[in-house]
Design a protein around this ligand. Structure first.
Ligand code: NAI
Ligand code: MG
Length: 358
């Protein structure tokens, strides 16, 4: 008999977004059917840059109230030619993340079996990180303005916001995340030598919160030195917490070091569970390959697996990831991973693999 039912909003949005989200839904449907202990219900939302161009809005009136009724959101990517990136990002992605208080952005990275890292000495198991990004304020708080536009004396400000409330909740989330992993190791990324206000508060709060987690080993790194450590000594890192901007950059580096931006997932979590959390591949809408059927769906599969964990379906999530890794290991890979398979072939191979497991 069916016990658990989860309602998922899907939103492919722009570029390859719909292609990879459709692939993800196909695998999730197969998984739920084979597993039989839980049920997934999907509702598609067609909000995108196309809707924006037609109506002037990404999110229709009352849209967020509808979205709020779901247990989770599976998102593709937003960004399209003809719409400035700051309009699309703030119009759709941040317009969901911010009101839903998805303050913890979680980005795991590892080197899959059967894929290789550009780092000469790193193989499967040598790079296994979780980057936690503050997702509600910091450098992306949207504070600032422009005066004297277009004049030679024009000025623009981009003000970073660090509130004790938001820094404390992300530090607590980071220490808890580190505590749940076997190594219990946390690196707090900072830049308190140069940024002497917000980043000093950041460091102080990390120190205070650490007292509640005596079993977590933690250290502090300046963000510039952190890039060197990620490249030169990846095994020395496990869980990492950083500001909105710093973690944005470090997590792209992490994805590249793990082999491809086409495999990395992101969770935008509201840890209070008052609002649905949103799950998305880390990559963007990739216009250069849109419509060609070659987008790597693995990032979305991993994203879907993270979503299942959040919904309490840990066993199914693990089975799904094992199936994905078995497929990459067998060489069924898209071009970005050095293979020549198409999105559809990788997706079907994962579905087939699931049939052999169940
Ligand atoms: P991008 O991630 O879309 O593409 C960067 C490069 O990686 C491209 O060569 C692309 O072909 C490749 N790539 C990305 N995903 C892939 C996949 N699944 N399989 C194979 N190759 C893949 O980043 P870019 O070019 O900087 O941005 C394109 C648009 O996407 C922009 O409008 C940007 O604002 C938006 N964007 C949206 C994000 C989101 O919705 N969360 C995140 C990043 C970018
Ligand atoms: Mg980014």
């Amino acid at each position: 008999s069916l016990q658990r039912k989860h309602s998922i909003a899907t939103m492919g949005a722009d570029g390859i977004g719909p292609e990879v989200v459709n692939a993800g839904v196909q695998v999730l449907k197969k998984l739920a059917k084979l597993d039989g202990t839980f049920e997934l219900e999907f509702e598609e939302y067609d909000w995108s840059s196309e809707t924006y161009k037609k109506t002037g809005k990404y999110i229709p009136d009352g849209g967020l109230d509808k979205l709020k009724k779901h247990d989770a959101i599976l998102f593709g990517a937003v960004g399209a030619p003809g719409v400035p990136d700051h309009i699309s990002l703030w119009g759709l992605r941040l317009a969901i993340c911010q009101p839903f208080q998805q303050y913890a952005n979680v980005r795991p990275t590892k080197i899959f079996r059967g894929t290789s890292s550009p780092l000469r000495n790193a193989g499967h198991g040598d790079l296994d990180w979780v980057i936690i990004r503050e997702n509600s304020e910091g450098e992306y708080a949207g504070q600032g303005g422009r005066s004297h536009q277009g004049k030679p004396w024009e000025i623009a400000t981009e003000v970073s916001i660090f509130s004790r409330h938001a820094v404390e909740r992300i530090m607590r989330f980071a220490f808890e995340s580190a505590q749940k992993r076997p190594r219990k190791l946390l690196t707090v990324v900072t830049k308190s030598n140069a940024q002497r206000n917000g980043m000093v508060l950041w460091d102080e709060v990390a120190q205070e919160v650490s007292k509640d987690f005596p079993d977590v080993n933690w250290d502090k790194m300046l963000v510039d030195a952190m890039t060197c450590r990620m490249v030169l000594d990846p095994k020395s890192l496990d869980t990492i917490v950083a500001t909105n901007l710093h973690a944005d950059i470090l997590s792209d580096l992490a994805a590249a070091l793990a082999g491809s931006i086409g495999i990395a997932p992101t969770s935008n979590l509201d840890p209070t569970r008052e609002n649905p959390s949103m799950f998305e591949p880390i990559h963007g809408s990739a216009f250069d390959i849109t419509g060609k059927g070659v987008a790597n769906p693995v990032a979305t599969f991993w994203t879907a697996s993270e979503m299942l964990i959040w919904l309490g379906e840990e066993d199914a999530a693990k089975i799904m990831m094992d199936a994905v890794e078995a497929v990459t290991e067998r060489g069924i890979r898209t071009k970005d991973l050095g293979g020549n398979s198409r999105t559809k072939e990788v997706t079907e191979a994962v579905c087939k693999e699931l049939e052999t497991v169940y």
